[in-house]
Design a protein around this ligand. Structure first.
Ligand code: SAM
Length: 472
């Protein structure tokens, strides 16, 4: 029985409710009146429930589909302006005891090179990431209680935060590691992590069992209930995700939104982010062997519908997607992207030597961070390296209430400008710098003159560790 307030995975992701939702959406997919009413609700920016979102995903009326995309673009602008938050993944270790059939880390894969960074390696990798200009990382590791125990993850986080090199600093470490206990989540919170990210991979319980045949990750309930334990441990920014390609995307959309509704119902705060990775080719993994791959247009519609359903939740797209696809989904709702990413362990220094196949998957967007920043600005976006929210305590329900009231812009926009300025001065190529200076001049032109001084002073202290003489 579907119960968003239940703490049991089988009740808050009730299979019967997902199936009924899909049948209802299928039945009504040409009902212009009903779809119009759902669009009106979305237009009021108050979000949609999983049934309404499923209906829009199924919508078979061309004019309404155009409306869905146009509205997603509008809501994206209303809530996020033209800012795009930048981050990079850092792979610590690919040792793993799980048997996930889509992931090259799986225990029985004998062809991948197994690697784990030492603390000295981490210093070198993070220095390289700082030299690119990154301020925000997503830590990634396989699940291996002996090789990658929580103590190793905590020590690595401490190392990362301690590295101050030139003007560089990693100011926010998000963590994507396997489901764990409340006590471990508490320790991660105490280590000062940003968002705790855990992809569900698939919400379909039976498929989940087949796709995760062995290892601790096999336990669907343990995995699906992880965010409740994370919140109980004091981590109030959690990031959901589905690996699209494993199961039917209509099922996943309804279910991930039910998960969001559950978090809101139980903890009073929805997911901070939702990631939408698609399955990629990898060592020992052929994506064509999976039946549920979705094309770029379906993917774009999925992003648009998520944007309408949870306007206040950040949407993340990685370098799994190519430039053209990223361009399309940025307009429709994506608010965070990675740039210059390496998915191999030690990849930021090694530049992918031929004998290294420690990568998790092949990236499609192989451009440098500078190229990505340059491209974003040419498209009219404002790349942001800001990490102020979590440093200023704007997390969990405090972030959500500001965001729902469309107030987060007032903090984010000036902070984005200042962190871009910082990036341009410290790391950009001359061409990118010129482009960025022009962009900043235009952006500042939109802020009332009398506000500029106060904004710059107050937001410098908001984002920055130390005094820095900025002329904006
Ligand atoms: N061990 C952690 C866990 O169990 O959640 C971290 C997972 S891993 C480092 C990060 C994510 O990469 C996975 O959750 C999965 O969604 C994704 N991934 C795995 N194999 C992939 C592939 N072949 N293509 C694209 N993404 C993949």
């Amino acid at each position: 029985m579907y119960d968003p307030k239940s703490l049991k995975a089988e009740e808050f992701i009730d299979h019967g409710e997902v199936m009924e939702t899909l049948a209802w959406a299928e039945q009504n997919k040409t009902d212009a009146g009903l779809i119009g009413r759902v669009l009106e609700k979305a237009r009021a920016s108050s979000g949609l429930n999983h049934r309404e979102a499923a209906l829009l995903l199924d919508c078979a009326l061309p004019d309404k589909n155009e409306e869905i995309l146009a509205l997603a673009r509008q809501i994206k602008l209303d809530f996020y302006g033209n800012r795009i938050v930048m981050f990079a993944p850092l792979y610590l270790s690919n040792y793993c005891v799980n048997g996930c059939v889509y992931c090259p880390y799986h225990r029985t894969n004998k062809t991948i090179s197994r690697k784990k960074l030492t603390q000295e390696d981490i210093v070198r990798e993070v220095t390289a990431l700082q030299d690119m200009g990154h301020k925000r990382l997503a830590l990634e590791a396989g699940e291996h209680p002996k090789m990658n125990p929580l103590e190793y993850i905590l020590e690595s986080i401490g190392t990362i935060y301690s590295i101050k090199h030139a003007n560089g600093a990693i100011r926010r470490v998000n963590v994507n590691i396997a489901a764990t206990t409340v006590e471990d989540y508490r320790r991660l919170r105490d280590a000062g992590i940003g968002t705790y990210i855990l992809f569900q991979e698939t919400y379909h319980r039976a498929s989940y069992g087949q796709l995760h045949p062995t290892g601790p990750k096999h336990d669907y309930a343990w995995h699906t209930e992880a965010m409740d334990r994370a919140m109980a441990g004091g981590l109030d920014d959690v990031g959901l995700g589905v690996l699209f390609g494993l199961e039917f995307h209509r099922y996943e959309l309804a279910a991930v939104l039910m998960h969001a509704e559950h978090l809101e119902a139980v903890h009073g705060v929805g997911p901070h982010t939702i990631s939408v990775p698609r399955l990629r080719r990898a060592d020992d993994v052929d994506p064509d062997a999976f039946q549920h791959g979705i094309d770029d247009d379906t993917f774009a519609k999925l992003v648009a519908v998520i944007r309408l359903a949870v306007p206040y939740t950040g949407l993340i797209v990685s370098t799994r997607e190519n430039q053209a696809c990223r361009e399309k989904v940025l307009a429709l709702g994506v608010s965070q992207i990675s740039g210059g990413s390496r998915t191999s362990v030690g990849g930021y220094l090694e530049k992918e030597p031929e004998d290294d196949n420690s990568a998790q998957f092949e990236v499609s967007d192989t451009r440098t961070l500078d190229e990505v920043v340059n491209w974003l600005m040419r498209l009219g976006y404002l790349p942001s390296f800001c990490t102020a929210c979590y440093r200023e305590g704007r997390t969990g329900d405090r972030f959500m209430s500001l965001c729902k009231a469309k107030q987060i812009q007032n903090c984010c926009h000036p902070n984005a400008i200042i962190t871009l300025k910082e990036y341009l001065e410290d790391y950009a190529t001359p061409e990118t710098r010129k482009l960025g200076e022009d962009l900043i001049a235009r952006e500042m032109g939109n802020i009332p003159k009398e506000k500029i001084r106060t904004l710059v002073t107050s937001y410098l202290s908001d984002i920055h560790d130390g005094a820095r003489d900025f002329r904006i």
